[in-house]
Every structure is written in structure tokens, then in C-alpha cells.
Ligand binder design. Structure first.
Ligand code: GLC
Ligand code: MG
Length: 723
């Protein structure tokens, strides 16, 4: 698509707090691993010569309680890499489950940003369900490929919560799980590629989704910044943490078995102490070191953590492990790399026996420090060990297996050497950012190559790419386009041969399905914009992507049941056939000789508390649509969304249901054969009444405004009104 050199990639990650420096990781549950990952990915991608620009798109937050950094619209984080903050919804900081009502707003704002700044990316990569939904829509609207990373998935969360006995209703309220799962399905359906970190993620998580397609899954181990980790050297100084550890131990020079994890039941620390306590050989061979976060007063800890620590301390006492186990109360995170080196120096082992382990960053840190590992046979570790060949996998519920693996690592020097060496060698090959980005770009390029960028050819006209369009001709069908076959043919020729930046659209009272049939029948070229059912539905592009934000916007106060009930009681109106009705349009035939007048019908509806748009056409049709809907409003909506000024939209029509779009700041053309109800538009400066009838009238209007040339805009502004 892009003629420029190098790829322009947009990463979308909407929740949490994202900035270039001093990430507030762990500030809340929305600002954690994903945040760090996307920032590092953006930077690593920007390093590559084959990448032109990386935009990390997130939400703008303006809130006194948080730093002003998150209010900047654009932040440069590296040469060629930017954080772009899009305002949507309330300005204040919101947790991720509160963002759902504003997602359509995000799509419109972001599209507008792309178009306004002429910065349409070549590919969009959405992270997590929210950006999966928003990014997915953007990619469909723009006709560019989409990549998705779930990070974690709603169905898994639901199952886990269900298993814990939580109430479904409460879960829904707190986490908006069905919305999240639906968004994930949408993202999976839309994307050309799904990036995951481990094979297990593919097997056990994505497989549960309806739109799971195994061929689209790609396991790309994440890049990890391992620059603080290295094997021990002669010059190493002993850190405070090491001194502290040694003060617990009678024989501090023995090999160390180190576990490092939050005091969380799932980390299985108690099992480790029990295994060690039950094994005199293990106690003879090595010391056990437990780094369980930081704690002040045990009694003030959250109950889950307190329970784990208390159990560990109790087990140490029961097995009388004093002098053999170290469990420091505090440590600085900057001391952690030294502790890994101490494991290697002592010819010890790093162990992670968590009940489940989706990834296992600590295992990579240990590998980069030269320490062999023993880890749970689960997602992350099983990939790590198969990639790095630096240790053994164990069943975390089998103490004998854990004991055996630890003994093996400590007592077999050749094995220890091999594992240590393999880890050091392989961790960088598989988990460095360079490697990650290399594989990532290889996959992305493949996606771009296979993506169908070709424009659609329909009835001789090549469809235009929406972001390229700078002006748009929108016409009604019945009696505007149709009625004079030769005139219509000439009009189609005009738009077929017009330049690439001239778009074509249709706005009609007919239903979508109806229009598609008619387009075939009458040889109408494929429009870039299609507005159907009297401005209640909008579709874009070669695949006719439905405008979801429009749908959401017009739902306001729409009560079809109530409308039908009231209309049933009115004389002289008759429901049109079922095929003419649609979700947001209720249509009648009307006989004005028998029915009340139009203002009177409007009043009756109002008196029943119904707020709608009532539109009469050709003296025989009556359409009722939501108060916010109508072709005029639909055009204003798309004008904003695609950053196309109203003055660059020419609209042509013949009857009442076209009035809304003719009366605004667009350039209007009323064809010569118009219906009486449009007579009142004569006073509008931006409505041109053509002499010629039907399609020839449109062509006359195009010439009148010099619409394919410099565009002459009549001066006075008018106020908009619809219906
Ligand atoms: C089209 C539609 C009809 C509508 C009329 C006026 O003919 O099929 O349902 O009432 O336009 O908008
Ligand atoms: Mg018409």
C-alpha cells in the first residue's frame, strides 16, 4: 500500500499508563507487563532499518491524580518511535473494564488522526481485548492487515473465576467478561496473525475461541531485556542481599538452591520447603534460599501472603531447618542480579516450582547468569527449556521428582556445566529483542504480502482507497441516478475516469441487501461509502465494513415497539412490507387525504414521549428513524471520521428522504425531476437546482461547483437541520 520505504507499524495498547521513561509498573493491575512489552517492542522495532515509523497508540489521560506525561498528545521515545495519545471518553484515568463504552469513539478519533496527519500505518497490531476490538475495526475500515496479541484471555479468566465459585453476575459487573470475550472473538476473526509467547498459550487458551484458526497462530518468544544479567566474574562485589543470605547459613559456601517468587499460594513455595525438609541428602548437598518479596510486619500483610509466609516459617521450624534455609525480609531489586550470580558461583540451581507458569521471566534471568534451572512442566518453562536446554522440567505436585532433579543438577558436575553453558548461549538466541523483532518482522512481511490490497473492480471502475480520497460524490439511487439510462451511463463514466482522490458514495432509502442486488442489476460501480435505510446504516470500502460507531450513536432513545403501537392508531398510514423494514427504520405508505398532516403526526408521537425523525417522501412514503439518524447526520458523521470537510462532499437527490443531506454544509444538487417537498431548499445557497433531470442533473451539478477541479464553494454558511 505504502509507496514510501520501510514499514509504518501502529501498536495499539489502550489501558494503563504508558510513557517513555519511568514506567509505573505495578502501580495498578493495568500498568504491568503489557505496558513494558509494548514500549520495548516499539523501541526495538524502530531500531530496524526496514521500519520507517512506529506509533504506540494509547489513550490520553488528563487527571490531577497522575502525571502530566500521560496528557501529552505525542511523545517521542526513540528515533522513529512515538507514543501517540488519542483522547476518547472521559479525560480522567479509567480502569480497563471502564473503557468499553468508549471504544467506538476511539475508532473515530483515531481514524481522524490518521487521516488528518496523513499517517495511515501499513499494519495495525492490537494488544489485549480492548485494542483487539478497536484496532480490528480500524484495520477493517482502512483495509490494512491486523495483528493481535491477547496477553490474557477472557474465557480463561471466566473459567478460573467460575472454578473459584464466584458469582456470574458479579463477575460480569466487575470485569465485563462477555464484552471482553466478544471483543476477542472479533479480533480473532479480523486478524491475519496472532502473536503468542508460548505454545501452551495456543493449545490451552486460544483453542477455546470460535474464531481460532491454528494457521494464523505464531509463537514468537518475547524479547527480554537481560542487560543486567551476566555470569559471575572475579571483580564481583558481595551485595547486601548476599550478605544477608549468608547470615542465615551455617555453611554458606555450599551450593544454593534459590527460589524467587511472590508469597502466593500458586507459587508452591511450601512444597519446596517440604521437599527440602524431607530430604536429608538435599540438606547435606545444598542450602535453600527463598526470596519471597519484601515484608515489614507479617501481621499487616494481606491474608493470602501472610498465610504462605507463616506456613513456610512453620515448616522450617517443624523440619528444624535453621542454618540451612535463608529467607531474608528485605531486598533491593538492584541486588537481584548479584544473587543469580551467587547461585552460579556456588554451583547451585534456580528453581521455580509454581503450580502453573505461563511465562517465567526469572528463568531467563537465571539462564543469563549461568545458573541451571529446575522448573514446572508448564507453558513458559517447557518452551524455555526446550529452547535453551538448560535444566529439567518437573511435576510441581511430585516432591520426589523435584528432589531428584535438584540432586541431579547439584551432584553431576558435567550436567551442571552443560546446563549452565547452554543457558548462557541460548537465552540470547531465543529471547533477545533483536531476535524477537527479526521474527516478528518476518511474520509481518509475510502477512503484508498475502494481504489482499487490490482494489475492487466493479463495472469497469476501480474502487478508491478511502484514505486517499479528498472529495466525495454521494448520490441517491431512485430517480436521481435512475430514470435516464444514457445519463446514468455518462455519470458512471465520469466517476470511473475521475482521479484517484475522487470518491463515490450512495445514500438511499433502500435496504442494504436491496442495494447490493440493484448495483448488480444496473451496473452501478462499487461505492466507497454506502448509506442505506434512510441514513441509518453506513458501510465503507471494498468489503463494505459497517460503521459500528454510527450504529451505536443512533441507538439513543430508539423504541421501535412503542413507535409501532402509536402508529397503528393513526388513520391513513399502512406499514410497508416486511422486507422494507430494518433495525432502525420503520416505514409506512401514507395517504395524506386520510391521514393527519405531517406536523400533526410528529406531534402525536411526541405526546407519547417518542423522540424520532419522521420523513415523508414523494407524497407516499413515511419513514420513522432514530432522532440522531438520517442521511444528513450520517454524512456529517463520516465527514468527521474520515476528516473530509463537508465542502468536499457533493450530494445529489430528488426527494424528501434526501433533504437532510442536501440542506447542510455539503454542496447540494437537486436534480431537475425533483419532488415538491424539496422546493423549500431553494433558499439555501449551497443547494444547486439543476436544469437537467436524473443523472444528467448530477453531472450538471458537478460542473456547476467545478467539483473535479478547484471546487467553488458558495459563500454564506447555513445552519444544519435534518429531517
Ligand atoms: C425506499 C425504501 C422505502 C422508503 C422510501 C422513502 O423506496 O425502500 O422503504 O420508505 O425509500 O425513504
Ligand atoms: Mg430518490
Amino acid at each position: 500500500m505504502s509507496k514510501k520505504k520501510g514499514l509504518h507499524i501502529a501498536l495499539v495498547s489502550l489501558h494503563g499508563l504508558i510513557r517513555g521513561e519511568n514506567l509505573e509498573l505495578g502501580r495498578d493491575e493495568d500498568t504491568g507487563g503489557q505496558t513494558r512489552y509494548v514500549v520495548e517492542l516499539a523501541r526495538a522495532l524502530a531500531e530496524r532499518p526496514d521500519v520507517r515509523r512506529v506509533d504506540l497508540i494509547t489513550r490520553q489521560v488528563v487527571d490531577d491524580r497522575i502525571s502530566k506525561d500521560y496528557a501529552q498528545l505525542e511523545e517521542k521515545i526513540a528515533d522513529k518511535a512515538y507514543i501517540v495519545r488519542i483522547p476518547f471518553g472521559p479525560k480522567r484515568y479509567l480502569s480497563k473494564s471502564k473503557l468499553w463504552p468508549y471504544m467506538e469513539m476511539f475508532v473515530d478519533q483515531c481514524l481522524n488522526y490518521f487521516k488528518k496527519n496523513r499517517r495511515v500505518p501499513d499494519i495495525i497490531h492490537g494488544h489485549y481485548a480492548d485494542a483487539g476490538y478497536g484496532g480490528g475495526q480500524l484495520s477493517r475500515l482502512l483495509g490494512i492487515p491486523f495483528v493481535f496479541t491477547g496477553h490474557s484471555l477472557g474465557r480463561i479468566k471466566r473459567e478460573r473465576l467460575e472454578a473459584s465459585g464466584a458469582s456470574l453476575e458479579k463477575m460480569e459487573k466487575q470485569y465485563c467478561l462477555s464484552q471482553r470475550i466478544e471483543a476477542e472473538e472479533y479480533a480473532l476473526e479480523t486478524c491475519s496473525l496472532i502473536c503468542t509467547s508460548t505454545h501452551q498459550e495456543v493449545r490451552e487458551q486460544y483453542e477455546r475461541y470460535e474464531h481460532y484458526v491454528p494457521e494464523r497462530m505464531e509463537v514468537i518468544p518475547p524479547g527480554v531485556d537481560l542487560s543486567s544479567f551476566r555470569p559471575p566474574s572475579e571483580e564481583d562485589q558481595e551485595s547486601d542481599l548476599e550478605k544477608d543470605v549468608k547470615s542465615f547459613l551455617q555453611e554458606p559456601d555450599k551450593p544454593m538452591i534459590v527460589a524467587m517468587a511472590r508469597p502466593d499460594e500458586r507459587k508452591n513455595l511450601e512444597m519446596l520447603v517440604r521437599t527440602y525438609g524431607e530430604s536429608p541428602q538435599l540438606q547435606r548437598a545444598a542450602n535453600l534460599v527463598l526470596i519471597m518479596g519484601n515484608r515489614d510486619d507479617l501481621r499487616d500483610m494481606p491474608s493470602g501472603q501472610r498465610k504462605v509466609i507463616t506456613n513456610v516459617l512453620t515448616l522450617i521450624d517443624i523440619y528444624d531447618l535453621y542454618g540451612k534455609v535463608a529467607y531474608p525480609k528485605h531486598h533491593k531489586s538492584s541486588d537481584v542480579p548479584c544473587l543469580y550470580r551467587a547461585i552460579t558461583r556456588s554451583r547451585g540451581v534456580f528453581v521455580n516450582a509454581a503450580m502453573t507458569e505461563p511465562f517465567g521471566l526469572t528463568l531467563l534471568e537465571a539462564a543469563a547468569s549461568g545458573a541451571p534451572i529446575v522448573a514446572t512442566n508448564d507453558g513458559g518453562p517447557s518452551d524455555i527449556i526446550s529452547n535453551c536446554q538448560n535444566g529439567a522440567l518437573v511435576d510441581p505436585f511430585d516432591p520426589k521428582a523435584i528432589e531428584k532433579a535438584l540432586m541431579h543438577a547439584i551432584l553431576e558436575p558435567d550436567q551442571w556445566n552443560e546446563w549452565s553453558r547452554n543457558g548462557l548461549e541460548n537465552v540470547y538466541t531465543h529471547y533477545s529483542w533483536e531476535r524477537h523483532v527479526e521474527r516478528y518482522l518476518r511474520d509481518i512481511n509475510e502477512v503484508l504480502q498475502n494481504f489482499d490490497h487490490a482494489p475492487k473492480f466493479a463495472h469497469g471502475r476501480k474502487s478508491r482507497w478511502l484514505p486517499d480520497i479528498d472529495r466525495l460524490i454521494i448520490s441517491d439511487i431512485d430517480n436521481t441516478l435512475t430514470g435516464d439510462d444514457q445519463g446514468m451511463k455518462e455519470f458512471f463514466e465520469l466517476i470511473t475516469h475521475a482521479e484517484e482522490h475522487v470518491g463515490f458514495g450512495i445514500a438511499t432509502g433502500r435496504r442494504y441487501e436491496d442495494v447490493l442486488e440493484l448495483m448488480e442489476e444496473m451496473g452501478i460501480p462499487h461505492p466507497e461509502v454506502l448509506i442505506t435505510s434512510v441514513g441509518t446504516e453506513i458501510y465503507y470500502g471494498k468489503n463494505f465494513t459497517r460503521d459500528k460507531s454510527w450504529e451505536k450513536h443512533i441507538q439513543f432513545r430508539w423504541e421501535p415497539e412503542k413507535i409501532r403501537e402509536v402508529m397503528d392508531s393513526i388513520e391513513g398510514v399502512y406499514p410497508q412490507e416486511e422486507e422494507q423494514q430494518s433495525t432502525y427504520k420503520i416505514s409506512y405508505g401514507i395517504d395524506f387525504r386520510k391521514s393527519p398532516s405531517l406536523p400533526r403526526i410528529r406531534r402525536i408521537l411526541r405526546e407519547h414521549g417518542i423522540r424520532v425523525n419522521v420523513i415523508a417522501s414523494l407524497n407516499m412514503f413515511l419513514d420513522i428513524i432514530p432522532t440522531r439518524a438520517g442521511a444528513g447526520n450520517a454524512i456529517r458523521h463520516l465527514s468527521y471520521k474520515w476528516d473530509l470537510p463537508l465542502e468536499h462532499i457533493l450530494v445529489a437527490g430528488d426527494s424528501g428522504n434526501d433533504e437532510g443531506m442536501l440542506a447542510g454544509n455539503t454542496l447540494g444538487v437537486v436534480v431537475g425531476n425533483y419532488s415538491r417537498e424539496l422546493e423549500r431548499l431553494r433558499k439555501y445557497p449551497r443547494v444547486y437546482f439543476a436544469q437537467a433531470e436524473h443523472a444528467r442533473g448530477i453531472t450538471e451539478g458537478i460542473e456547476y461547483y467545478d467539483f473535479l477541479g478547484t471546487i467553488n464553494i458558495p459563500n454564506e454558511k447555513v445552519t444544519d437541520s435534518d429531517g
